[in-house]
Design a protein around this ligand. Structure first.
Ligand SMILES: [Zn+2]
Length: 228
C-alpha cells in the first residue's frame, strides 16, 4: 500500500516536472523565435558602424534583393533591418523573425518581419555580393513564414529550437532554395559569406556552422556541376 502511494506520488511528481520542463522549453522557444522587444527598430543612431556600411545602406540592399528575387511572393511584405538582441549574438550575424504582436494579431501577409543584424557585422562587413546572397537566404525564411498562420509558426518555432536535426535540415534546404533562386551570383556570394563567417567565429562554432549550412566546398561542387 505504502509503496503504491509512494509510486503514485512519484509518478505524479515526475509527470509534473516533465510537464513543467516541456512548458518551460516551449516558452523559451517561443520567446527566442518571435521578436518581443520591438524597440530595436533600425535606426542609425543605435549602431556603431564604419563609413562603408550602415543600416540604411543595408536596408537599400535588402529592398533590391527582395525586388529582384522575390518580386511576386514578397510583394507588399515589410522586411526591416533591425538590431539583433544581445542574447542572440553568439556566432550569429543575421536572423529574421516576425514581430510577436504581428504574428498573433495580423495575417501573415500583413506582418512586419525584422531582419536582425549583429552590430559587429557593421564593423567588419563581408563583400556586397556576400550580403546579397545571405539576404536571399534570409528572405527565403520570410517566404516560408508568410505561408504559416500563428499556430503553424509556433509549432515550427518549437521544432526549430528543440530539434537539432530539424534545424540543420531546414537551414540546409533554405541554402539550396536560395542558390536555385539566386543562380550563379548567389553561389559565389554565399561562398564568400561562409568564408567570411568562418573568420569571425571560434573553431567550435565553425564545426556547428559546417553541419548546419552548406560549406563553400559543397556550394562550389554544385556550382561546377551546375546542379541547380
Ligand atoms: Zn537561415
Amino acid at each position: 500500500m505504502l509503496s503504491s502511494i509512494k509510486k503514485s506520488r512519484y509518478t505524479k511528481t515526475n509527470f509534473q516536472s516533465n510537464y513543467q520542463r516541456e512548458l518551460f522549453t516551449f516558452l523559451l522557444c517561443f520567446i527566442n523565435f518571435f521578436e518581443i522587444n520591438t524597440s530595436f527598430a533600425a535606426s542609425s543612431r543605435f549602431f556603431e558602424y564604419n563609413h562603408d556600411m550602415n543600416p540604411d545602406k543595408l536596408q537599400t540592399i535588402l529592398n533590391e534583393v527582395k525586388e529582384t528575387y522575390f518580386s511576386q511572393e514578397l510583394s507588399g511584405i515589410k522586411v526591416r533591418i533591425a538590431k539583433m538582441p544581445r542574447r542572440d549574438r553568439k556566432a550569429t550575424f543575421l536572423q529574421v523573425k516576425p514581430k510577436i504582436s504581428h504574428a498573433i494579431f495580423k495575417r501573415p501577409s500583413k506582418r512586419t518581419y525584422l531582419l536582425q543584424v549583429n552590430p559587429l557585422f557593421y564593423k567588419n562587413p563581408p563583400s556586397e555580393s556576400a550580403i546579397r546572397a545571405i539576404f536571399i537566404h534570409e528572405l527565403t525564411h520570410v517566404h516560408d513564414y508568410v505561408k504559416m498562420n500563428f499556430s503553424k509558426l509556433t509549432l515550427f518555432a518549437f521544432s526549430y529550437a528543440s530539434n537539432r536535426n530539424f534545424r540543420f535540415k531546414y537551414e540546409r534546404s533554405t541554402d539550396k532554395f536560395a542558390l536555385v533562386r539566386g543562380g550563379r551570383d548567389a553561389c559565389v556570394g554565399l561562398i564568400e559569406f561562409r568564408q567570411w563567417l568562418y573568420e569571425q567565429i571560434s573553431p567550435e562554432d565553425i564545426e556547428i556552422k559546417i553541419l548546419m549550412y552548406l560549406t563553400p566546398k559543397e556550394i562550389q561542387t554544385h556550382l561546377i556541376s551546375d546542379d541547380f
